[in-house]
Design a protein around this ligand. Structure first.
Ligand code: UDP
Length: 342
């Protein structure tokens, strides 16, 4: 696609910061809008950062006034299932109200093209595997419900005002920029692969395996080894799919609200992930087994045929070891940087 001007809302977060890199690599002009509540200013890689909050329409007006954006990409959401169960208000305020404010601001400023970060958590317990987009959407936690509500709003905004949107339902985002320029950073960290790698790092630094802090949630699920199975998709593959979605929007091919799964179509259990991390890091990672986490389906694997066929997208880093390798390289580089700075 020709050079486009893209506003990345939530561009200082994990997936957003990888999106900024992919857009810049593809020659586009990028501006980030972020409140830095969960992201990091140094993650946006030197592109203009407008510090603002989706809760505040005046912040959005300030960002959109006098600037032109061909496409808006929206990553600014809270994404912890457990936290959403404990604090649903936070999720409905930030994820639902915030998205509504963004759509309203886009309408005020004549912007019509939006790529939205959605999630497989909008499906709930799978009735069919791998999960296609036509699967019933019955989310089982406030996080999934908040994203589902935004999807519904996008359909209504398309009918009422001609908003053109592509929602991308991610399975388990993982890994780091293959060139080592960005990686996964959450505080607190709750995601499996970084937690397993943190344990590997502790061992590498002389910790002993018996002192492991790593927890495996669930050993009695109806899966081959009893632990949960997930579809891990490399963050760079996610970013590439957003580029394809933006191209489709810019070609005028999206007439309303479209929805696509982004997945590899292959599931790995928690224990298989740990094994891959052992192989990549060379560390004898150990763990404690705990009961399954509330709201965790046993298996989530996605069918991304539609994204392949319509967006022309295909994952390039589908191999679990490669996903882990990129995350490990990033973790080691950060560690070295921190040691150097200390
Ligand atoms: N998980 C685990 N221990 C952890 C974190 C996660 O066993 O410390 C499991 C979790 O129950 C799920 C899988 O790893 O089955 C992936 O969890 P994550 O939080 O990374 O992503 P989610 O699937 O919740 O979006």
């Amino acid at each position: 696609m020709n050079e486009a001007s893209v506003l990345v809302v939530g561009g200082a977060g994990y997936i957003g910061s990888h999106m900024v890199l992919a857009l810049r690599d593809a020659g586009h002009r990028v501006t980030v809008f972020d409140n830095l509540s969960r992201g990091f200013a140094d993650a946006v890689g030197g592109v203009p950062l407008i510090r603002g909050d989706l809760a505040n329409p005046a912040d959005l007006d300030r960002a959109l006034q006098g600037r032109h954006f061909d496409v808006v990409m929206h990553f600014a959401a809270y994404a912890y299932v457990g936290e959403s169960v404990a604090e649903p208000e936070l999720y409905y305020l930030n994820n639902v109200s915030g998205s509504l404010n963004l759509m309203a601001a886009m309408r005020r400023h004549g912007l019509k093209r939006l790529v939205f970060s959605s999630t497989c958590a909008t499906y709930g317990e799978p009735e069919q595997l791998p999960i296609p987009e036509s699967h019933p959407q019955r989310p089982i936690n406030p996080y999934g419900r908040s994203k589902w509500m935004v999807e519904q709003m996008l359909i209504d905004q398309a009918a009422a005002f001609g908003l053109q949107s592509v929602s991308l339902r991610y399975f388990n985002a993982a890994g780091a920029d293959p060139q080592g320029r960005a990686g996964e950073r959450h505080e607190p960290e709750t995601h499996l692969i970084p937690l397993v790698l943190q344990e590997a790092l502790r061992l590498r630094q002389g910790g002993d395996a018996a002192g492991t802090q790593l927890k495996v949630f669930g050993s009695d699920l109806p899966t081959p080894d009893g632990s949960c199975v997930r579809d891990y998709i490399h963050v760079d593959d996610l970013a590439q799919a957003h580029l394809r979605a933006a191209e489709r929007l810019l070609r005028g091919e999206v007439l309303g609200a479209e929805f696509y799964n982004l997945a590899n179509g292959a599931g790995f259990s928690v224990l298989q992930v740990i094994q891959a991390c052992r192989e990549v890091t060379g560390q004898p990672i150990a763990w404690q087994t705990l009961p399954r986490r509330a709201g965790d389906p046993a298996v989530l694997v996605g069918d991304a045929t539609r994204a392949r066929q319509v967006l022309g997208w295909a994952p390039r880093h589908g191999e679990l070891h490669e996903v882990v390798q990129t995350a490990w390289a990033w973790m080691l580089a950060r560690e070295a940087g921190e040691a150097h700075a200390a």
